[in-house]
Design a protein around this ligand. Sequence first.
Ligand code: AMP
Length: 212
Amino acid sequence: MNLIFLGPPGAGKGTQAKITSEKYGIPQISTGDIFRKAVADQTELGKQAKAIMEKGELVPDNLTIELVKERLAKDDVKAGFILDGFPRTIEQAKALDNFAEIDAAINFEIDKEEIVRRLTGRRICSNCGAIYHITDFPPKVPGICDKCGGKLYQRDDDKPEAIEKRLAVYTKQTEPLITFYSSAGKLRNINSSINPETSEKQLIDIINSIKA
Ligand code: AMP
């Protein structure tokens, strides 16, 4: 089962990708996570990506495509995978068609006010990557991860100026993918504005229909 999770930043793709990955035993491949790790490890890729990411812009297609191509060549994707945050441009989507067969592109629909509210309140565990929200899903002890005791942080690109930029980039470069996958007969929409449980239910229905 090869899935793409599509949608604007803050739509809940990462949260649902983690749940789906655990439930079905297929890896979540988040290009954002890969880039953040490269930045933290100060690798050559990280050096190239850092300033671009802080501004909320997209890392160049050639770098991103190569990275995903290499990742999808590994053995652990044989039973399937979830691409979370890739593709983000038509060029990436066309390249992906050359090295992977996609079952469905799941589009997380949500309105802009809710995105801004979610992103500004989002906090991430610096150790295990667990995702919290200061009011919707707060940790038991403020600033500390319930699961591993790691310190929570706010992503630089979850600050208001970067959010505006990321939304503009999404509208211009990523939203056209909705038509791309719809034309290919692969698009499935879920209403992602209610709560994670409701998103998960819709997702399970879609996955069951794919597996049936
Ligand atoms: P995310 O965690 O998916 O919101 O990604 C964080 C940042 O990583 C984005 O704002 C981009 O700068 C970069 N990034 C992640 N995925 C991609 C992609 N598919 N293409 C280009 N840049 C990406």
